[in-house]
Design a binder for this molecule. Structure first.
Ligand SMILES: [Zn+2]
Ligand SMILES: [Zn+2]
Length: 157
């Protein structure tokens, strides 16, 4: 995110924007009540047609974090709300940190790293996907994907 986009926006006005779209939970999460990405669940806004994650914008507004930083903005391990933008629940880290955090959170939530539940589910090797270790739900999705693809291939022959 180039800094030039934001230097005219002072931090106080960003804070005003964020706090007018905030719902505080009993765990002191600041849930973003504005637009959220349908898939990731992250709060999202755009300035001059450039999209920016709300939690990233928040860390910028409340701390010394720079928007053009190469680091990602991560939620702390005990904050499970993706739309939360409480700066006390955020920190900057590398993509690797992010992936590690995700694994720990998923385990705590009883999920495999793919996001499917652990309970009533096991991991198997999926031969058609390079012997990848996947959960049964993922395997079913993969089977469907390969089935549809094969069918399409046959139709086009
Ligand atoms: Zn939170
Ligand atoms: Zn899965």
């Amino acid at each position: 995110m180039p800094k030039s986009l934001f230097h005219i926006k002072n931090k106080q006005s960003i804070i005003g924007f964020l706090e007018s779209r905030r719902e505080i939970t009993k765990d002191n999460c600041w849930l973003y009540t504005g637009y959220k990405d349908k898939y990731s669940g992250y709060g999202l806004t755009s300035f001059r047609k450039i999209q920016i994650l709300i939690h990233r914008l928040s860390l910028y507004a409340y701390t010394e974090f720079e928007l053009d930083s190469p680091f990602e903005v991560l939620h702390s391990l005990n904050c499970l709300n993706k739309s939360c933008f409480n700066p006390d629940h955020l920190r900057s880290g590398t993509t690797q940190d992010n992936m590690m955090d995700k694994k720990i959170k998923d385990r705590a939530n009883g999920l495999f790293h793919c996001g499917h539940p652990r309970e009533g589910n096991t991991r198997i090797k999926h031969a058609r996907d390079g012997d990848r270790d996947v959960c049964i739900m993922c395997a079913r999705e993969l089977d469907r994907f390969y089935y549809d693809r094969d069918k399409l291939k046959k139709q086009n022959q």
